[in-house]
Design a protein around this ligand. Structure first.
Ligand code: HEM
Length: 502
């Protein structure tokens, strides 16, 4: 996410360039991989907290009083504070990150969230078309379908079902708000985009109502005041949803954040979990479905992860020809699917790692002055021909096998990423690196696999925003706020595959 639009190659030998941004502090732009690596390592000299508060306030309606409270903590997010003498009880940034460590980033929480997502996404997908044999083909568009079904599954995984009951238009409102994200960030006045303001208002009010209702219904025994700790409650409850949100809410309340402040923050979390992963799954499916040979290879990999029916579980219904379940843990290890994922992230995750200089730092042989911003746009590194170009497969063209190499001394291929952290950073880096990256990866891989496992899909052609046929597929814009949005959709015919359910 970021303010600037960056395009083209660096023309200055990779030295940091200083630019002035609208309504922001001056910024140095880094384009050299070693400098980017230096940026991610320099967590003492660079902070992200102050900039995060500005984004919260501009885009997510975070109240100023709460912003001031967060800004007052300048001790950073790391275990060791940036300066001594700060009581642990005042370290809100540390508490936020400790909470991510306990409830989002580790392998335990990732598998709890992934398993729940798989169940809910399967439930949502089973509703998009009648069971096999009970109807013909249904028409739909990949991105629109995911913006509805995957959004519901991943939001229900995070915050439960109540929000959709409280606000039946929540999905549509969310995407209208998301589409206008950059205008909020630029600080455009309300009268220039009133509909998006109203959509944001509705999303915000729904999140606020959900939190208020969850607090009213919460079992006091599940309430924790110790940030980052398990709260003795279940992984998931019917009021808050995931333990991640329940413990985060308790932590924020403990720091005295207002209900509006907490609603803004949780609206931000709902945005984080959906707004990058869903368009990325669309890119993956569009690439796979646009190439019949790739589709059949990916499908073969996925089919190798299905479990046949057994007489023990299915009695007389046993059908050796029809799969029963998809083995999610095997899906996560599929080399070609992982390569498609990594290639889509390389090409379509256009992120801007932004930090603020606390103290002077030397990068690329230059002294960067405190008070300024430093930005590392991924698009320069991710399209660098020297790192990514392969014979017949330039960096600018999607190549499903780019992240594969032959297994040494064996058969077949394995996943391989040749890049350093400064050359490939779809999830940012350093202390502020995306805390959802492990869950995001699992969610995206299983979403693609479940989609192709559940539905038989036949591409029809590309369509524009009004559903009219388009002569081209989605193109890449110049925004640098995360996953690029698709400006074209892929129209498909689909029907549910035959599947035996116990
Ligand atoms: C394609 C998927 C995703 C991409 C490309 C992505 C990318 C990013 C990036 C670039 C950042 C900023 C990192 C930095 O400044 O160095 C970020 C932050 C964040 N991401 Fe993700 N992300 C994705 C999915 C997710 C998911 C599924 C979650 C789940 C909750 C998530 C949660 C977050 C949160 C909470 C932050 C803010 C961290 C903070 O303020 O310290 N992300 N993400």
């Amino acid at each position: 996410m970021g303010h600037a639009q960056v395009s083209g190659r660096h023309q200055n030998g990779g030295r940091p360039v200083k630019i002035r941004l609208a309504n922001e502090k001056p910024a140095y732009i880094l384009s050299n991989a070693q400098d980017v690596q230096g940026l991610f390592r320099a967590s003492k000299e660079l902070t992200f907290e102050q900039f995060s508060v500005r984004v919260l306030e501009k885009v997510k309606k975070f109240p100023r009083e709460d912003g001031a409270r967060m800004e007052a903590d300048t001790s950073g997010s790391a275990t060791v504070p940036l300066h001594p003498g700060v009581p642990e009880s005042s370290r809100i940034w540390r508490a936020i990150h400790a909470n991510y460590d306990s409830h989002l980033t580790g392998s335990g929480p990732v598998s709890v969230l992934t398993n729940r997502f798989v169940r809910l996404f399967q439930e949502e997908l089973d509703q998009v078309a009648p069971p096999s044999g009970k109807g013909g083909w249904t028409t739909g568009c990949i991105n629109s379908l995911l913006e509805d079904k995957m959004f519901r599954a991943s939001t229900r995984t995070l915050v439960g079902d109540a929000i959709f009951d409280l606000s039946p238009s929540f999905t549509a409102d969310f995407w209208e708000y998301d589409q206008n994200f950059m205008y909020f960030l630029y600080g455009l006045p309300r009268f220039l985009f009133p509909s998006a303001w109203q959509a944001r208002e509705r999303v915000f009010n729904a999140v606020k109502a959900y939190i208020a209702q969850a607090w009213e219904n919460l079992d006091p025994r599940q309430h924790t005041t110790t940030p980052g700790q398990k709260d003795g409650g279940p992984d998931f409850d019917d009021h808050f949803g995931s333990q991640l949100v329940r413990t985060r809410e308790a932590m924020y309340a403990n720091y005295g954040l207002s209900l509006d402040g907490r609603a803004a923050s949780e609206m931000g979390l709902i945005w984080s979990i959906n707004s990058n992963a869903i368009p990325m799954v669309s890119w993956m499916l569009v690439e796979i479905l646009s190439d019949p040979h790739l589709l059949s290879r990916v499908q073969q990999e996925i089919w190798n992860c299905t479990t046949p029916t057994t007489t023990e579980d299915y009695g007389d219904d046993v059908r050796p020809d029809v799969p029963a379940t998809l083995d999610v843990s095997r899906v996560l290890t599929l080399p070609l699917l992982n390569s498609v994922y990594a290639e889509c992230l390389r090409m379509r995750a256009s992120v801007q790692a932004i930090r603020e200089l606390r103290t002077e730092i030397r990068l690329g042989g230059y002294t960067l002055k405190p008070g300024n911003l430093v930005m590392a746009p991924s698009c320069l590194a991710h399209y660098d021909e020297a790192t990514w170009g392969l014979e017949g497969h330039p960096a600018s063209v999607f190549y499903a096998d780019r992240f594969l190499r032959p297994v040494k001394g064996g058969d077949g291929y394995q996943f391989y990423n040749p890049a350093t952290t400064g050359q490939y950073f779809p999830y940012g880096g350093g202390a502020a690196i995306c805390p959802g990256r492990f869950y995001a990866k699992a969610e995206m891989l299983v979403a693609v696999a479940l989609f192709l496992f559940t539905l038989e899909v036949r591409p029809v052609g590309f369509v524009d925003g009004r559903g009219n046929p388009s002569t081209r597929g989605p193109s890449m814009g110049t925004e640098t706020r995360g996953t690029m949005r698709l400006d074209r959709d892929l129209k498909v015919l689909f029907r549910r595959r035959e599947r035996v359910t116990a």
